[in-house]
Write a protein that binds this ligand. Sequence first.
Ligand SMILES: Cc1cc2nc3c(=O)[nH]c(=O)nc-3n(C[C@H](O)[C@H](O)[C@H](O)COP(=O)(O)OP(=O)(O)OC[C@H]3O[C@@H](n4cnc5c(N)ncnc54)[C@H](O)[C@@H]3O)c2cc1C
Length: 444
Amino acid sequence: MEKSANQYDVIVVGTGPGGGMVARDLTQQGKKVLIVERGDYQPTRGTIAQMVSRGWVPVSQMPLTTQVKPVVRGVTTGGTTMLYTATAHEPPYEILEKYGIDIRDEIAELRAELPIAPIRDELMSPAAELFMKSARELGYDCNKLDKFIYQDKCLRDCDSCIKGCPNDAKWNSRYLVDEALLNGATMINHAKVKRVITEGDRAIGVEYKRGVKNVSVYANLVVIAAGGIGSPMILRNSGLSGVGENICMDPILVVFGQVKGLGGSGRAVPMMTGFHLKEEGIMFADLHIPKVLKQFFDVHALNLGKVGQFEDVIPIMVKIRDDLSGKILNGGLLKKDISPSDKAKFNKGEGIAKDILKQAGALKTYTSQIVAAHPGASVKIGEHVDGNLKTRFDGLYICDCSVYPESLGLPPSLMLLGLGKRLAKHLAAINGKVDNSRLLETVG
Ligand SMILES: Cc1cc2nc3c(=O)[nH]c(=O)nc-3n(C[C@H](O)[C@H](O)[C@H](O)COP(=O)(O)OP(=O)(O)OC[C@H]3O[C@@H](n4cnc5c(N)ncnc54)[C@H](O)[C@@H]3O)c2cc1C
C-alpha cells in the first residue's frame, strides 16, 4: 500500500488511560489521529460474562504467572479502566521528578475536568464504614479515597464497578475515546498491532493484524499505549531489546473477616476508603467484589468453607509495592517470583488487616491467593524512554504503565492520565517535526 494513502499525524495504539488521553488531547489540537485498538467497542452490559470476555480469559487477556495468579488486563476500548475500581490516587510525583518530569499542572487540569471526589456518605457500605472506623481506632490514617465516579448516577447496593458499569456512573477512558472520535479521530477495532514500522532511526507507522489480514498504516508520530504487557511485546518485535524485563505487578491479596450482624448487601463501590503506609510500601482498602468473584477467590485459595459467606463479610485489600522481579516471557506469558522482601510486606500487611478485622469484631479471618492488576515498569523511563517518553527511534513514544521507572504500589490511572496529557502537549508543540531529545540527554 502507498504510504501516502494512510497518512495520519499520529497513530495511537491502545485506549487505556495513557492512549485515550493522548488521542483525545491531540484531536483537540486539530491533529489527524488514528487509534488502533485490539479489543471491541461493544456497549457495557455489566455482566460477569462480559467482564470475563474483556479481561479474565487466560492466556490472551489474563496472563498466568508462576506465583501470582492471575494478572488481569482489559482488552477492549477503554482498556483496563473498563474493569477497574475507579480509585483516583494522587501520583507519587517524586518518582517522576528524578527524571525531570513534573505533572502537577496536568493533574490539576484533570481534577478540574473529571468527576474526581470521595464517595458520598449515602453510597458508603457498612463494611467500608466499619473498616475505616476500626483502622482509625488502631491509629491508621484511614480516609475516604477519591473516585472517578459520576456519583449522581451511582447506585447503592450495586456491584457493577469491576464487571463494567452499565449506568455510565464509573468514569473510564472510553469517555476520552468517544470525545476523540467526535473530534474527528478514526478508530480501528479488533486490530492487534504486531510491530512498529521503522525507516532508519525513525518510526513511520505500525503493522497490525485484523482477522487474517496484515495491514500497514503510516503517520508522522506513533504512540504505543498497549499497556504494561502489550507495549513491550510490540517493541520487542520492532527491534527494541531489553524491554519486558524486571517488571512490577503491584500484587494484592485480600483478607476477609465475617462480622455477624454487619448489615448491608455486601455489594458496593470497591475501595471507598483506605490508607497507605508509604515507607513500608503497603496500601490497604475495603474491597467489595461481586459475589461470584469472591467465590472464585475462596475456591482459588481452597477456603471452600467460606464460599457461602458474603453479606456480612469485610474484605480488606493489601497491595504491596513489589520488587522488580517479574518478566514477560516469549509469547506473552508472565513470570513473577514473590521475593523475600515482597513476602515480608505481605506478611506485615496481612497481619495489619487481621488486626483491623479483629478490632471490627470478626472472630475468624481468611486470606486469598495473590493476584495482580497493574503490570508495569516494562519499558522504563530512564532506560528505554527519555523524559519525553520517547524511545531511541525518532517519532516513537510510549505512554502507559510500562513507562514507570519503578513500581508504584498505588492505583496508577491518574498518573497515567497526567503523563498522557503532558505527552499530548509535547507532541502538539513539536508539531510532527523530529524531536531532538535523546535518551541520555533528557534523562536525569
Ligand atoms: C480489577 C482492576 C481494578 C483496578 N482498579 C484500579 C483503580 O481503582 N485505580 C487505578 O488507578 N487503577 C486501577 N487498576 C489499574 C488500571 O486500570 C490500569 O493500571 C490502567 O488501566 C493501565 O493503563 P494503560 O494505559 O497502561 O493500559 P490499559 O488500560 O491496559 O490499556 C491498554 C490498551 O491497549 C490495547 N492493546 C493491548 N495490546 C494491543 C495490541 N497489540 N494492539 C492494539 N491494542 C492493544 C488494549 O486492548 C487496551 O485498550 C485496576 C485494574 C484492574 C484489573
